[in-house]
Design a protein around this ligand. Sequence first.
Ligand SMILES: NC(=O)c1ccc[n+]([C@@H]2O[C@H](COP(=O)([O-])OP(=O)(O)OC[C@H]3O[C@@H](n4cnc5c(N)ncnc54)[C@H](OP(=O)(O)O)[C@@H]3O)[C@@H](O)[C@H]2O)c1
Length: 326
Amino acid sequence: MRALLFDEPAADTATTRVAEVPTPEPGPGELSIDVRAAGVNFIDVMARRGDPGYATSWPFVPGLEVAGTVRALGPDVSGPAVGTPVAAFTGSGGLAEVAVVRAERVVAIPEGLSYEQAAVAPGTLTTAALLLGPAGRLRKGDIVLVHSAAGGVGQALASLARLNGAGLLLGTVGGASRVAAAEASGYDAALVRGDGLADAVREKTGGRRVDLILDPQGTEWLETDLELVAAGGRIVLFGNAGGTALTLPPAGRLFGGNVSIGGFSVRGYAANAPHLIAEALADVLAKVSAGDLSIELTAVDGLDRAADAQQALAEGRGEGKYVVRI
Ligand SMILES: NC(=O)c1ccc[n+]([C@@H]2O[C@H](COP(=O)([O-])OP(=O)(O)OC[C@H]3O[C@@H](n4cnc5c(N)ncnc54)[C@H](OP(=O)(O)O)[C@@H]3O)[C@@H](O)[C@H]2O)c1
């Protein structure tokens, strides 16, 4: 079978290639999928550049999320039946013609849903659902601030937060060219990060503080988050796109402000609480199928195009959420 490989860490596509590799077979607790579509995620970029904990060995096959049909079941796995259309959180290995995944992270696709739509559910939409649910504990009417609002997860958060009853929904972006995309995905306003961000947020909220802040920018903007967050508010750190050093404030600041700072990792849920991934995945698939939840997709054809899509994300010039048809 063909797969996308990273031979070794790199800042660009120099060490990325599509190659013929042995077709993986499912072991106990696993099943294999004939992949029809796979999402491209910033996590692929973090693996490619060699961030600790992402690529487990080299060469590395990236690919967090897929949709396709069940190809084969592991020895102790009873379903879904071979041939069933499914979506799955692979974690890695999804950008390939065949992917092997733990069976508990596989959910059947509702009838009528395309493989492209289903392929962005296990990673992107499920991440948004878990961020707003167990991690962020969104309440109806909450003022919400999302950093990196124009990316795939940023767009998914807008759609789902609205559906779940968020109040004022604000996003931040790294450059003015991304404001329109963020606002089109559902944010009431998108603000460019820079000096004066806190004042710009306060202007939009009419001076009220923010109940929930979702931040994938490492801890670079944490001081601003702390300045903006409401008493009883939650800040959830869920990424480090810039790859910078991470620092947390002294605990006393959290007591004083009645503030929670939490962390989130969808791969952590996949490893330690896969049933939560499956529940959230089934829920977002149902919402997409019902037409209640959607994100803008840019579909590209063939694994050969995946490297360019990853590079677009790496350079912060991604155009919506990329999905690769395989
Ligand atoms: N913890 C988890 O389990 C989990 C799961 C999925 C995603 N994530 C994180 O969520 C973020 C979005 O992921 P995605 O797949 O939706 O990616 P995406 O579509 O590529 O969005 C990533 C965003 O990160 C910003 N960015 C890109 N390169 C950057 C850099 N070098 N320095 C600072 N900011 C940069 C850009 O937004 P700006 O407009 O802000 O520049 C871009 O929109 C990523 O940081 C990813 O690691 C975390």
